[in-house]
Design a protein around this ligand. Structure first.
Ligand code: ZN
Ligand code: ZN
Length: 261
């Protein structure tokens, strides 16, 4: 299995997974890079996985339909390009001989879903999480609540540490600036930031991330940890209690990052 992040727009990745013969693509906001990759490698498009309704994730679906040999899958509760097979948490999708479990991860949008394959070859499990989890960050709350997003991120953080986290945007360096501001004494974070800067300087993606790394460095997965709790309390002393719940730490960090430059 070959996993390829196809760059699109300013900072999107359209994830292509193929077995040398057939491919699936996740969130093809633009058809052109997908079509070019399929043609260059002689691949059949066996299916499309969609995580949420934003245009930069679904905009290329209709243009890809003529070459599509299988179904389009997407969330049950969002306006999507029809026709498609609608999915909810717990459903299983079979493509390329892999089984993807659907996870409900509301927060960025109200019906956002993710796809997790526990058995995806030697390189580890695969998670396609759209705009829910980014490396060193998380999606903005456009439709859901902080409590929903916090619960969604906790469910993702519980996946195996070797899970390859296929986020839909290359936001890592920008996320790391905030992460280092709120968690300045985290040595794993500093080392990861140095690695990411070198990767970007060499023109390479920082993704996929590894879940085991994210739980060590991503502030939004570390809301129960003392350094993040203390940073949130210093930032919002009037709203956070002396021993705030992790969900309140999350809400404070998410608000803080919205205005962080
Ligand atoms: Zn989005
Ligand atoms: Zn997006």
């Amino acid at each position: 299995m070959t996993l390829t992040p196809l760059p699109a727009f300013d900072d999107n990745y359209l994830w292509l997974l193929d077995d040398g013969r057939e491919a699936l693509v996740v969130d093809p906001g633009d058809a052109a890079p997908v079509a070019a990759a399929l043609d260059a490698r002689g691949l059949t498009l066996a299916g499309i996985l969609l995580t949420h309704h934003h245009g930069d994730h679904v905009g290329g679906v209709d243009a890809l339909r003529p070459r599509l040999a299988g179904p389009v899958f997407g969330p049950l509760h969002e306006p999507m390009p029809e026709p498609l097979q609608r999915l909810r948490g717990g459903d299983i999708v079979e493509l390329l001989g892999l089984q993807f479990t659907v996870l409900d991860v509301p927060g960025h949008t109200a019906g956002h879903i993710a796809y997790f394959a526990a058995e995806a070859g030697r390189e580890g499990p695969l998670l396609f999480c759209g705009d829910t989890l980014f490396s060193a960050g998380c999606g903005r709350l456009f439709e859901g609540t902080a409590a929903q997003m916090h619960a969604s991120l906790r469910s993702l953080a519980a996946l195996p540490p070797e899970t390859r986290v296929c986020c839909a945007h290359e936001y890592t360096l920008s996320n790391l600036r905030f992460a280092r501001a709120v968690d300045p004494d985290n040595a794993a974070l500093a080392a990861y930031a140095a690695w990411c800067e070198a990767e970007r300087a060499a023109g390479r993606p920082t993704l996929p991330a590894r879940m085991g790394q994210e739980v060590l460095i991503n502030p939004f997965l570390r809301c129960e940890q003392a350094p993040l709790r203390d940073a949130a309390r210093r930032h919002a002393p009037s709203t956070l209690a002396a021993a705030p719940e992790p969900v309140d730490v999350f809400a404070t960090l998410r608000e803080w990052k919205n205005g962080f430059r």
